[in-house]
Design a protein around this ligand. Structure first.
Ligand SMILES: [Zn+2]
Length: 83
């Protein structure tokens, strides 16, 4: 009717898929270019498993939450953490 054949439809779908994949790759490259401080992972290199997060613990005296590994005294004389 409109001159559409299965081959034309498949070719159009392939072109659309190719443009979509290329746009995704370009978008990722642009994201990395925006953040030069983020280290690039070599292809095949293992991902870092240790997240950059730390548990927080509640000070029993003042109620403040402090990083468990680097807790500092809050200034009160009875604070349990080293100052
Ligand atoms: Zn405290």
């Amino acid at each position: 009717m409109f001159g559409l054949s299965l081959a034309k439809i498949l070719l159009t779908a392939l072109v659309i898929a190719g443009v979509w994949v290329a746009a995704r790759k370009l978008s990722r490259l642009a994201d990395r270019a925006d953040r030069p401080d983020v280290p690039r992972r070599r292809p095949g290199a293992p991902r870092e498993t240790a997240p950059d997060v730390e548990d927080m613990v509640r000070c029993g005296v003042c109620g403040d939450y402090v990083a468990a590994g680097a807790a500092r005294a809050c200034g009160r004389p009875d604070c349990p953490y080293p100052g």
